[in-house]
Design a protein around this ligand. Sequence first.
Ligand SMILES: [Zn+2]
Length: 64
Amino acid sequence: MYSRTQNENGTYNTRCLYCFMTIASAVETDRELARLEARHICPERALAELLAMEIAIESRKQAS
Ligand SMILES: [Zn+2]
């Protein structure tokens, strides 16, 4: 999940909504934004997914 904002000169900034890090600024095209966003490896998101996985495993254990 990313938050894109546009600058006065028409370029874009994009920020990760998980770790609130600015991934890129003054990007000129949508395609470039998508490329840079795809390249972001988010520590917060990885952690959130790991926790979700553990919760799923735990709840499965309790069910059986
Ligand atoms: Zn992030």
